[in-house]
Design a protein around this ligand. Structure first.
Ligand code: AMP
Ligand code: GLY
Length: 423
């Protein structure tokens, strides 16, 4: 089979490496892919947001199956276009991707169907938002409605910060149209868990849970990033909590989407907070997480291609989805300075005895076939072990075997999870 994967980051590299294990997959095209993905797939220089060109390429190459991984093309309707052209897809249509594309949509959905989440108010004009904040409990959380590269969320610990957040979104248009409508919501506390799930719109099969590390520096200090590392499984996600999440959140969400005429097929990502009042939804994503995928898929024992086809075809109930009972740790190596300004163009080398899975996010290939850094997050180094400690130790040993100038990474990926085990 000829498979096309849309996207070009570490997440897509992890998806592609797993798809390659399937005996059914013969050729993989990556649009646009990157300098590391080029070793595992045929990269085609079409941007992930150029959905008409993506459709035209798929038709021309007679692609058998498409995987649309990033949020932008999903929210723009890439799956609708591909399916209209007769190409089966893994990923939600535009009318279901809105679960990530609009926070107002997802909050209203949760309210209507009684799915636990932070209480909230929606504002479409600035003055009422500022008036509301005058008496709102602090800390409070201000969110832009639309996609904002994961940066449209401000946790305001003072009233001034909350006013500033509203003004920068609604007056200065910091996130463009994404911030013209906002949500102000209750500040929740508790451990965070990411649960990615497969769904065909009827049933939902959660993958192994994971924990992201979003801040740039050790001890969860510094700016928010796209994610500096992950571990799986997440020790806070006990079997009892998993059952509650299935009954109170996962199934109700998939049913609600169906009832709204927005059947969701693909990977539905639940960003959860385990609050003293039970698990609550912090956010939905309409896609695999990055870098969660880089620890979740290495633990998948079943055939990813078969699962994806079952999600597209509505036959997930008959499909094997098994995970290993091992642990995985991914340490993201970034360009020093990320998520702010950083330099790129440095050659990347990996020692021959490095055992890790290396998922490349920001690298290109030069005329001599060398890999050069080209992004903020450069690559993720994933190792699997019988225990979390072993996975962490192996991951950090492998990080020492990957070299590029100005490399920066956190030294404490997995430490919070380890503490949870010893409690
Ligand atoms: P999001 O982009 O929605 O994932 O939000 C980014 C981060 O902000 C989350 O991972 C949480 O750590 C935090 N966050 C979002 N909403 C809340 C909330 N209601 N209460 C506390 N923290 C939140
Ligand atoms: N790691 C968080 C996300 O993919 O949104």
């Amino acid at each position: 089979m000829k498979v096309m994967v849309v996207g070009g980051g570490g997440r897509e590299h992890a998806i592609i490496k797993k798809l390659k294990e399937s005996p059914k997959v013969r050729t993989i095209y990556a649009l646009p892919g990157n300098g590391g993905i080029a070793k595992d797939a045929e990269c085609v220089n079409i941007g992930a947001k150029d959905i008409e060109a993506i459709r035209d390429f798929a038709v021309k190459k007679k692609v058998d199956f498409a995987v649309v991984a990033p949020d932008d093309p999903l929210v723009l309707g890439a799956v609708d276009l591909l399916e209209q052209a007769g190409i089966p897809c893994f990923g939600p249509k535009k009318n279901a991707a809105i679960i990530e594309g609009s926070k107002i949509f997802s909050k209203n959905l949760m309210k209507k169907y009684g799915i636990p989440t932070a209480s909230y108010e929606v504002f479409t004009e600035m003055q009422p938002a500022l008036d509301y904040l005058a008496t709102a409990p602090i800390p409070t959380v201000v969110k832009a409605d639309g996609l904002a590269l994961g940066k449209g969320v401000v946790i305001a610990t003072t009233r001034e910060e909350a006013y500033d957040a509203v003004r920068s979104m609604m007056e200065d248009k910091k996130f463009g149209e994404s911030g013209s409508r906002i949500v102000i919501e209750e500040f929740l506390t508790g451990p965070e868990v990411s649960v990615l799930s497969f769904t065909d719109g009827e049933i939902v099969v959660p993958m192994i849970s994971s924990m992201d590390h979003k801040r740039s520096h050790d001890n969860d200090e510094g700016l928010n990033t796209g994610g500096m590392g992950t571990v799986a499984p997440n020790p806070y996600y006990t079997p009892e909590i998993a059952q509650r999440c299935m009954d109170e959140i996962f199934l109700p969400t998939v049913r609600a989407m169906r009832q709204e005429g927005r059947t969701f097929r693909g990977c539905l990502y639940f960003g959860l907070m385990l609050t003293p009042n039970g698990p609550k939804v912090i956010e939905y994503n309409c896609r695999f997480g990055d870098p969660e995928t880089q620890v979740v898929l290495p633990l998948l024992k079943s055939d990813l291609f078969e699962i994806m086809r079952a999600c597209a075809g509505g036959t997930l109930v008959d499909t094997n989805v098994k995970f290993s009972d091992e642990h995985a740790c991914c340490v993201v190596m970034a360009s020093d300075g990320y998520p702010q300004a950083y330099e790129t163009g440095f050659p990347i080398t990996v020692d021959e005895d490095c055992t890790a899975q290396i998922y490349v996010a920001g690298a290109k290939t030069d005329d001599y076939g060398r890999m050069l850094t080209s992004g903020g997050r450069v690559l993720g180094v994933t190792e699997v072990g019988a225990t979390l400690q072993e996975a962490i130790d192996k991951a950090y040993a492998s990080v020492e075997k990957v070299h590029f100038d100005n490399a920066y990474y956190r030294h404490d990926i997995g430490q919070r999870a380890l503490k949870a085990y010893t409690k």
